[in-house]
Design a protein around this ligand. Structure first.
Ligand code: SF4
Ligand code: SF4
Length: 468
């Protein structure tokens, strides 16, 4: 065929179907850390909802009752600012950590990685290591394959169900939910939460796996903006490793680098990449390739660390690996750290110094003003009183604004049980000569004390009184 200088057509695919990655099981210190991280995160997720605190679930985001319990702290809808604060602290914590340690969060604690790792454990347990799994994948649906896969799918199904059940238990009390499960008494909302999270676990961790990190996770895309040349990253020391090549007997291998091109670092990689190609956004920093390569280096008698957690500056000979710790106190890390510290302090102070009683005063718009039987002008208000503490609160109220002003509708001392939110209509009345036409500022004063501490705390709330 005659050659032409015409530009050749290139087909660009916007969607590339991917092959299933069957990583080899890595063994070593980072793999052990990953196992610990998986167990710790799952311990928190699966066990915390079962813990009790003062006779109720220790951590419960009770959306139906609009109360969030975190051990001894009860957050009410009006205090969602604190939840925002907790999220803000978590986000700054993640930014700060990413600047120091790159993608360690992704590799060790991100739910997607953790659940994918658990699915890999199931794969490994039921189907064997990489080679066996790859062979099984190529096999048609034979009786042998069905015999191997069926128990795995059953275990995954149970695992996803249990994960969904636990997820629902963070939002509705898990102990009654457990009893309702066997009594066929779960509500549609509970079934939806269980099904939703169970399905998400199966789909994201079993079906999609590393594709979520590649194509769906926004954090994977923008976190490199937080890296600098002192950030700890999994890197291949190309200067030491190249030229790579297999050692041959009875040949001079002196011209070769330390990399023997065994590809074990690629085989263990859960995202299927070759770390020797440099920094790639698909690398989740899990360290499996470090473990694999260290084992190889031990076998060939070379020092460990051909693939290691190090910084770009080290690879550029700006300082040695042993000086990485000294670079921790750099402006970006200190800056993020200070913001994190200040926001965390503000949050802790805010939570522990907040009023245990939340009060909303809502003016009755239906009837602005009326004259009562005694000839006084009267306005009606709805008091929404929320006890955000773990104890019964005792409340007294008064109102000021005119030389003569009366507050009715409340008992002398109102008892509000722990966590209760109550609505109380009250009336404020004064003589017509004090309140002419229009709006007049008034002030409510509430005093309350807890069951255990008799010291009064005082809250002032402003409102207005509509005159004739
Ligand atoms: S495991 Fe180490 S020696 Fe083997 S290919 Fe990877 S970098 Fe080279
Ligand atoms: S390249 Fe190494 S650190 Fe990165 S994802 Fe693969 S195994 Fe983990």
């Amino acid at each position: 065929m005659a050659k032409t200088n015409e530009p050749q057509e290139e087909v660009v695919q916007f969607y590339a179907s991917s092959k299933r990655i069957h990583p080899k099981l890595a063994k070593g210190r980072f793999s052990n850390w990953r196992i610990i991280a998986v167990l710790m995160t799952q311990l928190v997720f699966y066990v915390l909802p079962w813990l009790q605190w003062n006779g109720r679930q220790a951590v419960l985001f009770d959306i139906a009752a609009r109360k969030f319990y975190i051990f001894g702290i009860t957050l009410l809808p009006s205090e969602l600012i604190f939840l925002t604060g907790i999220m803000l602290v978590s986000a700054f914590g993640l930014f700060w950590w990413t600047t120091i340690a790159g993608r360690l969060w992704c590799g060790y604690a991100c739910p997607q990685t953790v659940y994918t790792e658990i699915m890999l454990w199931f794969d490994h347990f039921f189907e064997g290591d990489r080679n066996k799994r790859m062979k099984l994948e190529k096999e048609g649906w034979t009786a042998h394959k069905i015999r191997v896969k069926a128990p795995k799918y059953l275990v995954i199904l149970l695992f996803c169900f249990w994960t969904g059940f636990t997820f629902a238990g963070w939002f509705t009390p898990i102990r009654p939910q457990w009893l309702d499960l066997f009594a066929f008494g779960l509500s549609t909302t509970q079934w939806f939460a269980i099904g939703f999270y169970g399905f998400a676990t199966w789909f994201m961790a079993h079906i999609m796996r590393e594709q979520v990190c590649f194509y769906m996770c926004p954090y994977a895309r923008f976190q490199s903006a937080m890296f600098d040349k002192d950030t700890l990253l999994v890197s291949y020391d190309a200067e030491r490793g190249e030229p790579r090549g297999v050692r041959k007997k009875n040949q001079d291998n002196a011209n070769l680098g330390d990399c023997i091109n065994c590809t074990l670092c690629v085989q263990v990689c859960p995202t299927g990449i070759d770390i020797r190609n440099g920094l790639q956004y698909q690398c989740i920093g899990c360290g499996a390739c470090i473990d694999a390569c260290d084992e190889v280096m031990d076998k060939i008698g070379s020092p460990r660390g051909l693939v290691r957690y190090t910084t770009e500056a080290v690879l550029q000979h700006e300082y040695a690996d042993s000086d990485i710790k000294k670079r921790l106190l750099r402006p970006r890390v200190v800056g993020y750290g200070m913001i994190l510290f200040l926001v965390a302090c503000g949050l802790v102070y805010g939570i522990f110094s907040r009023d245990l009683m939340n009060i909303d005063i809502i003016k009755d718009r239906g009837m602005m003003v009326r004259q009562n039987n005694e000839g006084l002008l009267e306005n009606t208000y709805n008091l929404r009183l929320s006890n955000a503490s773990e104890e019964t609160l005792y409340l007294q109220a008064a109102v000021k604004g005119f030389d003569h002003i009366e507050l009715t509708g409340l008992p002398p001392t109102l008892e509000i049980k722990a966590g209760d939110i109550i609505n109380v209509p009250v009336q404020v009345a004064t003589y017509p000569e004090y309140a002419d036409k229009g709006s007049h500022p008034i002030e409510f004063e509430f005093r309350y004390h807890t069951e255990g501490n008799q010291e009064w705390r005082i809250i002032h709330e402003n409102s207005n009184f509509i005159g004739e």
